[in-house]
Every structure is written in structure tokens, then in C-alpha cells.
Design a protein around this ligand. Structure first.
Ligand SMILES: C[S@@+](CC[C@H](N)C(=O)[O-])C[C@H]1O[C@@H](n2cnc3c(N)ncnc32)[C@H](O)[C@@H]1O
Length: 297
């Protein structure tokens, strides 16, 4: 009984108090919010902190996204190499999972696939450089290229080019979400008549609603207080991790975000929106996987 109480105090009560205090000290978001340089500070410890705070569950969420976006391997069947864009690629976790999924499916398939080109973009030079090391270690440099890039302005990328795109825990960091979604829409192949559109998967946190009961409440408490406090301690970058908490609280509800995707106003040159095909709830409603297809309107 005593030990249960002390575990509860350590895991929940202390972080709740600490997060209230830290939130008062670090009220404002970091000045470079949306530019990626904020992540330069924590790049070398990012993977370790992620795994520790998400209790390794984050790997499973990314795997679900890769399976869904590739339609369990069907994306790789085709007459040309598959082009995949991973936005806010960070340390390249998703890009690496995508390449491994390709290799796995290719080894199981009777005739060989046409190859895959995965481009990961991120504005944080340090995150990219950690990612490049990981890609090298995994021997995947023939499949993955990592470049500096901002989701709000993909000026170097051709329109209607990619067969699929992913973005995990990135869109929350972009203040101009509509602008980023319009750019992503521009570079993806659109659905037109019988021609299949690209698949776009976005993974993002939100605070679980009441329909997830006690588990949802626990997840809410964990995200709101435990993650930012332990993140601040482990990273030594308290402003950045307090911002994480606030950016999750400020992120639109799943319904609102799906609506934003479906009602994009992208200007004369790019008329279209996304059709949200599914919103998959993970981790007691604290993580959503949005699956969408770019369409013309
Ligand atoms: C929480 S990390 C996610 C990284 C990776 N996708 C993952 O799942 O681990 C958020 C990433 O978003 C990037 N980011 C911030 N602003 C961005 C922007 N305007 N466009 C694209 N990426 C951005 C950051 O540099 C950072 O690497």
C-alpha cells in the first residue's frame, strides 16, 4: 500500500506540481517555434527521451502508420519506383521503418518491386544529422535521402510527384498548419477518376476526450504533466518540453483537425483538399492517425 502510494506520488503528483510551476516560468513558446532550430537543442537525446517517455509505444504507433499508408505493401506494387515524402522527419524513424517495410515485403514477394525513394525533410539540421547516421547504420542510404526543408514551403519539390507522404508528431510544431497542408497537397499525386491518389498519414497527439474513461484520464494526466516534466529533466531544455504540453492542449480536436484538412483553401493555383478516409485512435485517444487522400475540388 505504501509503495503504491509512493509510486503514484512520484509518477503523478510530483510532476503535476512541477508542471504547474514550470508552466508559470516558461509561459511563452520558444521564439523559434515552427523553425525547427528548437529541436537542434535536443537532437542528440531526442530518440532516448522519446522512447523513455512513450515507454517504447511510439515505435508501434509509427508502424501502424507505415502499414496503413502503404496499404500493407500494396503501395510498392507498380511499374515505377515508389516516391515517399516524410515531413518533419526528425531523426528519420518513419523513413527507416518505411524502407524496412519495403525490404520485408520485397523479400516476400515473388517478382521484385521497382524500388523506393524516400525523401525525409526537416528544418532542424541537427535532427537531420542524427537521422543520417541512423540511415547509414541501417544500410539504407540507397533508399532514403534526408534534406533540410520546411513543410510550409516545399519550393524545391515538384507538384503531383509523391505516391505517399507521412508526418509523425510534426504538424503540431507548425504554426501555419493550413499553409503546410496546402504545400503537402500540392506535391502529392491527386485522386482523379480511376487514378488513385497518394496516401497521406499524419500521426499527432491530442488530449483524450471523456469517452476514453479512466484510461483516457490517465493518458491526459500523463501527457499534460508527466511527459513535459520528465522531458524537461531528461533533455535539459525545459522551455521546449513545457511547450510540448501547451502545443498538445492547443492542438485542434480530431474532429476539428479532420475538418481543417477537408476544407483547405489553397489559392487559385492549387484547388483541392484532402478527403479524410479514417481517423484511427491510438493509446486511449491520446494519439490519432489521420489517413487522407488529396483530391481536386
Ligand atoms: C516531435 S519531432 C518529430 C520527429 C519525427 N517525425 C518523429 O516521429 O520522431 C517534430 C519535428 O518537427 C520539425 N519541424 C518543426 N517545424 C517544422 C516545419 N515548419 N516543417 C517541418 N518540420 C518541422 C522539428 O524540427 C522536429 O524534427
Amino acid at each position: 500500500m505504501v509503495s503504491t502510494l509512493s509510486i503514484f506520488t512520484t509518477v503523478f503528483l510530483v510532476p503535476v506540481l512541477a508542471s504547474f510551476i514550470l508552466n508559470i516560468i516558461f509561459q511563452k513558446p520558444p521564439a523559434d517555434h515552427g523553425k525547427g532550430t528548437m529541436f537542434d537543442l535536443i537532437a542528440s537525446r531526442y530518440d532516448f527521451i522519446n522512447r523513455a517517455l512513450a515507454l517504447n509505444l511510439d515505435i508501434g504507433w509509427r508502424k501502424v502508420m507505415v502499414k496503413e499508408v502503404t496499404s500493407d505493401g500494396n503501395l510498392f506494387l507498380g511499374t515505377e519506383p515508389v516516391r515517399v515524402l516524410d515531413l518533419a522527419t526528425g531523426t528519420a524513424d518513419v523513413a527507416i521503418l518505411m524502407a524496412k517495410e519495403y525490404n520485408q515485403k520485397n523479400s516476400e514477394h515473388i517478382s521484385k518491386f521497382q524500388n523506393i525513394d524516400i525523401l525525409g525533410v526537416d528544418p532542424s539540421a541537427n535532427m537531420i544529422s542524427v537521422g543520417r547516421e541512423k540511415v547509414k547504420k541501417e544500410n539504407l542510404t540507397d533508399k532514403i535521402t534526408l534534406d533540410l526543408g520546411d513543410a510550409r514551403n516545399l519550393k524545391d519539390l515538384e507538384s503531383d510527384f509523391f505516391h505517399a507522404a507521412t508526418m509523425s508528431f510534426g504538424i503540431r510544431n507548425v504554426p501555419e498548419k493550413q499553409q503546410a497542408l496546402c504545400e503537402i497537397h500540392r506535391v502529392l499525386k491527386k485522386e482523379e477518376g480511376d487514378v488513385k491518389g497518394a496516401k497521406f498519414g499524419i500521426l499527432e497527439f491530442s488530449e483524450p476526450g471523456d469517452d476514453f474513461g479512466i484510461m483516457g484520464m490517465g493518458a491526459r494526466l500523463f501527457i499534460r504533466h508527466v511527459v513535459p516534466v520528465f522531458g524537461a529533466l531528461l533533455s535539459g531544455a525545459p522551455r521546449e518540453y513545457m511547450h510540448l504540453q501547451n502545443s498538445i492542449a492547443d492542438f485542434p480536436s480530431p474532429k476539428e483537425f479532420a475538418n481543417l484538412m477537408e476544407t483547405l483553401q489553397c489559392g487559385d493555383k492549387n484547388t483541392g483538399t484532402f478527403r479524410v478516409d479514417d481517423v484511427i485512435q491510438l493509446n486511449f485517444g491520446s494519439v490519432q492517425l489521420y489517413l487522407a487522400t488529396p483530391i481536386y475540388t
